[in-house]
Design a protein around this ligand. Structure first.
Ligand SMILES: *Cc1c(COP(=O)(O)O)cnc(C)c1O
Length: 231
């Protein structure tokens, strides 16, 4: 168990405020998601006791084990890939936001099952801004081409876009990817009718740059909880 989580959380909060000040933004418009994947519930509780309420998990199974062990006023984002045959489980779990919806096909599945469950599913569309072959996400061209179809899907609340840029040696190298996600969101807002308020971008090493480029949701894991051990 790390003794440093409250302290590290404070540092990240200060970093968010500093980046907001640099870019003349209101820090209240920036949500800090504590990415708790691989960390035990005791670590999440330390963050909770230090005031953190929104947690991100990238595996449904792991999230479903942790959620019942945490206080009920926590909110949860699913930030990892979601298989179509797990959509119903994910919706029944009641995530506040499903962040990484990479295709029209999965959007359709979520829409259909949300209708059946009688709920509205809040999602973000994941965009492969660097056009990396190996990566999930809508290509920019597909998202433009499929926008009208996406808009027509019932029971789906598309709140914005998210991206995971290609691994970069320095945070500055991710800046163009963040800027292009923001530009794409602006373009789609103009097409209407959705306000698309959320832009989920920026992680431990580059959240400051992402905020400068307009991020509203930073997803920070290792800078809060420490190094992940996948063994
Ligand atoms: C793990 C993960 C993060 C957090 O990464 P850190 O570098 O630990 O901050 C953010 N977003 C997604 C989608 C992740 O899977």
């Amino acid at each position: 168990m790390s003794q440093y989580i409250p302290q590290q959380l404070d540092e990240i909060r200060a970093g968010v405020i500093a980046a907001a000040a640099r870019s003349h933004r209101d820090p209240a418009g920036i949500n800090l998601l504590a990415v708790s994947k691989t960390f035990p519930v005791e670590d999440l509780m330390q963050a909770y006791d230090a005031g953190q309420r929104v947690f991100g998990e990238n595996r449904l199974q792991e999230a479903m084990e942790k959620i019942p062990q945490m206080p009920q006023d926590c909110r949860w984002h699913l930030i990892g890939p979601l298989q179509r045959n797990k959509v119903r489980k994910a919706l029944q779990q009641g995530f506040a936001l499903i962040e990484a919806v990479p295709s029209l096909r999965l959007s359709e599945a979520i829409s259909r099952i949300a209708c059946e469950e009688g709920i509205i599913a809040s999602i973000l569309l994941e965009v492969n801004v660097d056009a990396e072959e190996s990566k999930h996400g809508f290509s920019v061209d597909d998202l433009r081409a499929q926008w009208d179809e996406l808009m027509a899907l019932p029971s789906l609340d598309i709140q914005g876009l998210m991206c995971i840029p290609a691994f970069a040696a320095s945070a500055q190298e991710a800046r163009p990817a963040f800027a292009s996600l923001r530009a794409l969101a602006e373009e789609l807002r103009e097409r209407g009718p959705l306000p698309l308020p959320l832009l989920s971008m920026g992680m431990s090493h580059d959240f400051g740059i992402a905020i400068e480029e307009g991020s509203t949701n930073v997803r920070v894991g290792s800078a809060i909880f420490g190094k992940r051990d996948y063994s």
